[in-house]
Design a protein around this ligand. Sequence first.
Ligand SMILES: [Zn+2]
Length: 364
Amino acid sequence: MLAMGFPLIYRQGEGAFDSLGELTAMFGSNPLVVADQFVREMLGDRTVQVLAAVGRRPVFAPFDGECSPEAIDRASAEARSAQCDVIVGMGGGKVLDAAKGVKLQCGLPVVIVPTIASNDSPTSRLIITYSAAGEFIGPRFMTTNPDAILVDTGIIARAPVRFLVAGIGDALVTKFEADQCRDSGVENFFGGRPTEAALCLADHCYRLVREYGEKAVADAAATRVTPDLEKVVEACVLLSGLGFEGCGVAAAHAVGMAIPQLSEIKGVLHGEEVAVGLLTQLVLEGRDDAFMQDILAFYEAVGLPSTLQQLGLAVVTDAHLKAIADFAARPQSRIHNMAMPIDAKRLKDALGRANAMATAFRER
Ligand SMILES: [Zn+2]
């Protein structure tokens, strides 16, 4: 069986935030806004204004930085006691996940308003939970994708450009992982095989970031909203999200998400680690030297890290490579979505080769 999911409504553009009131009113009359202090200071007054314009007054739920079960419980209790009937999540990945958690627990519609485009989670039904101390707990899944996504490109362009570059990393890997999942026949995040639509979106996502990524990064760095930036933001948030969820993930995510297992590596963004993970996947796929040089040139042009050294390892040792490979090759890892059998030894070799190749490219 083929399977795929979608959000109900997607809106994107400079000034799109002004339509938040009208969009929220489609789903309910009493909104709970989940946002952290930083975003509340940045957008709180505008939120009150755009909701007042449609006769709504928001209840703000504070958020302390981790999408923990406790944070989701607190915001859910707030939604129930204030009799809210629609949730608005506003900010980065963790706060958006917490808002999704309230949808899951209270059965309410959720409007997702990302203020950065650093990964493709806003459109997905995936919620990643952590303990209050920041330790990874695991995923939860909403039954459906978010009801609405509202992306104001003006807000995205004002965020530090590193976030957009990371989003390009997360979007870059989608097609390669989708192709592996198609070839290996594994199930996607909806328990089915990839549709032609999902494969098509993953393909086009890759084309957009390759063609417009460098220009979009320059535009965002200059706080300029341009058609190129719009294309890349759509690729990072919508196309990549629908692509990964409708097709599946593989070595890029398995290796990338294993990298923070090393205690020396801290503060790396998701899109940065999966971009480094993709290079190992490409070695496993047996890509030729010209292909690797071409993609490494793209990393350099947009400012994506390509080596473990750039992620914080002063010297890369055999023990580092082994630790990442052993973690990424665990039986439950998505590495086994690859279309070829992978074990820790083969993975360690590929990781070492990819890192050596990327290091040589940077030192050329
Ligand atoms: Zn990802």
